[in-house]
Design a protein around this ligand. Sequence first.
Ligand SMILES: NC(=O)c1ccc[n+]([C@@H]2O[C@H](COP(=O)([O-])OP(=O)(O)OC[C@H]3O[C@@H](n4cnc5c(N)ncnc54)[C@H](OP(=O)(O)O)[C@@H]3O)[C@@H](O)[C@H]2O)c1
Length: 353
Amino acid sequence: MSSDQKEAASVRVFNAIEHAEYGNPTSVLRLVERPMSEVEPGPHDALVRVSKRPIHPGDLLMIAGDKRGGRATPIPAGAPRTPGFEGVGVIEKLGSNAAHQGQFAVGQRVMFLSGTGRTWATYSKVPVATLVAVPDEVSDAVAAQFLINTMTAQVVLHAGHNALPVPELPVTVIQTAAGSSVMRIVTAFGQKIGLTMIRLVRTKEGAALLEASLPGAPVIATETSEWKEQVRSAIGSSPVHVIFDAVGGAMVDDLVSFLSDGGTFVNFGWLSKGASDLSEFAPRGLAFKGVVFTKWMNFSLEEQKQHRDTAIQLAKEAPHVFAIAGEYPLADFRKAIDHASGPRKSGMVLLTS
Ligand SMILES: NC(=O)c1ccc[n+]([C@@H]2O[C@H](COP(=O)([O-])OP(=O)(O)OC[C@H]3O[C@@H](n4cnc5c(N)ncnc54)[C@H](OP(=O)(O)O)[C@@H]3O)[C@@H](O)[C@H]2O)c1
């Protein structure tokens, strides 16, 4: 072995999925080895060995460069992007200042957000200030998908609350894509605070699955011809001031007649590919409020702590709310992506290592 070969053999590497251009995820992504020196923690960082990370719809939209996933910034030549907005793992090393502060310890299980993306790799360098300790009762599979979706659910509920003319119960809310991971959490939180939820899903099969896995509020399948009558009968005489929507497109047009004048669509996703007709919004004083989970950071530290405690309590007592559709090793990312983007998926698809 030459000295160059010996040196190359001694370089520690980690696996990462990356893409150098935006496009169809299964085409543009590839699994590579990167040198560990890239994730060497700075003084305020931790090196986390990532065990699980979710495939969010937003991850796939971002990789595709689809505006529904947010603004895609250009990927500089020679600096490919590793996707992944959150994950869970174990601290393997702490930067000098982080170790000194003693807030976290090597070997501790943590969940974290990764800003612009990076968790689809076996190791991640994470600012210690952004780590969240995972309680023993919360599994890696739940922790991996915990932060973004609970933050989104809390931002959605807050926007709904702000849209009410009188913030007092009883409040009746319609939810679209009610079987989605975020909406399951919205339902669970909403039930805890006494909201009356009317849940919409696409298929009868999806409705039966959701009713069985998360009972307690009516579920209506929009594939049936009588779904609007069913919604009308579930609403009864209650006003509907707020609709929680993750579908957009024609679904907005279908639901607008159920909304009281002055009411608000709180929208956080556009699962549909179509456009909406908002022509009734002005004459009826309706509002369309788009929300994004990053706005959760605008809550006061006290509110953030209260939200986090509530969400961790939910993860401990009702882990089934955080459903898992499937788990795939990082190397099988193409199969995992096919599963995550296919029909009749219930729960999160996770990549494991
Ligand atoms: N704004 C934010 O900060 C934020 C944060 C997180 C997520 N999101 C967005 O929220 C949405 C839901 O995310 P998620 O992770 O909860 O989703 P998910 O777990 O992947 O679930 C997607 C659900 O949507 C249903 N669905 C798919 N296409 C649909 C369509 N065209 N019309 C109606 N239903 C459809 C699917 O049900 P069936 O196939 O069984 O019908 C499935 O239940 C996505 O658009 C995502 O990008 C936004």
